[in-house]
Design a protein around this ligand. Structure first.
Ligand code: ZN
Length: 287
């Protein structure tokens, strides 16, 4: 680590619950994080649904944890109006859940190319998909903004442009924020954007707007990467200069959580208590 960048502040560590989802149910993750004095988590909708929304909200509150985000809404493009409106209804439910859980934002994975009823990609119109995303976020903002729930666009690595998110850079997310206005911000996930030559400038650009930088997700890029989705590295095990990117976030005025989000066939096989201990250690030493 460069000497000029101090080590990360442990009080800003958050655990994205996907990191432990194979070994532990949400109740175990809440208890495990509370035991290790971790102050924040970012749960996923399926885990919350499995526990029950009210019960999840109660246990999180009683354990003294706060949310650093709620995962996730999005998946806006769809092949027809009926599918688009079903997606919008589901997104509104996600906003309601985020409110019940007192989340600071609902993270959006915006979706890729539209699919047909069998789940097959049904179009090659990428610009059209991006228009559906813009329109979908605009519609959802009309629901989320008066309810007081910020929406955070998470740009995903371009390898997911077809199937998960056709917003692939922080620049695209900034453009949408400029166009759609208040209540919309950005979740910067280093795994998705570390390679971008415009990253520093775009983090600075986002920092020019109060509250636009809503979340910061950390993990590491392994070489070689053996799985497009589930081979993320623990901080320090890969090639991302995490302290440098954190210093850009700090300089841009971001004061929120450092959320560890590791989808990993490797770490999902390890003892969850050990994984948590490693997250704490590597957050301090290598993030
Ligand atoms: Zn993320």
């Amino acid at each position: 680590m460069p000497k000029s960048i101090p080590s990360a502040d442990g009080s800003r560590l958050s655990i994205n619950t996907a990191t432990l989802r194979v070994q532990w149910k949400l109740a175990d993750i809440i208890a495990g994080c509370a035991r290790r004095n971790i102050r924040m988590i970012s749960p996923w909708r399926d885990q919350v649904a499995a526990m029950g929304l009210k019960e999840a909200a109660r246990q999180i509150r009683e354990s003294g944890l706060k949310l650093s985000g709620y995962c996730r809404g999005g998946m806006f493009p769809a092949i027809d109006g009926k599918a688009r409106s079903a997606a919008m209804d589901d997104n509104k439910r996600a906003v309601d859940e985020a409110l019940t859980l007192d989340a600071p934002c609902l993270v959006l994975v915006v979706g890729g190319l539209p699919r047909d009823g069998e789940g097959r990609i049904a179009s090659k119109d990428l610009p059209g998909a991006r228009e559906m995303v813009r329109d979908g976020i605009g519609d959802l903002l009309e629901y989320a903004r008066p309810a007081g729930m910020p929406l955070a666009i998470e740009p995903l690595h371009p390898m997911y442009a077809a199937d998960r998110a056709c917003i692939n850079t922080v620049a695209q997310a900034n453009d949408l924020c400029d166009e759609l206005g208040a209540g919309l911000g950005i979740a910067v996930d280093v795994y998705h954007v570390w390679w971008d030559p415009a990253l520093k400038a775009q983090i600075e650009r986002a920092g020019g707007y109060q509250g636009r930088l809503m979340a910061y997700h950390i993990s590491d890029w392994l070489v070689p990467t053996t799985d497009l989705l589930n081979d993320r590295g623990l901080m320090g095990d890969g090639v991302i200069d995490l302290p440098l990117i954190r210093s850009w976030m700090d300089a841009a005025g971001y004061g929120g959580a450092h959320e560890v989000e590791i989808f990993s066939n490797h770490w999902w096989k390890r003892d969850p208590a050990e994984v948590l201990a490693m997250c704490i250690a590597r957050h301090e030493m290598a993030s």
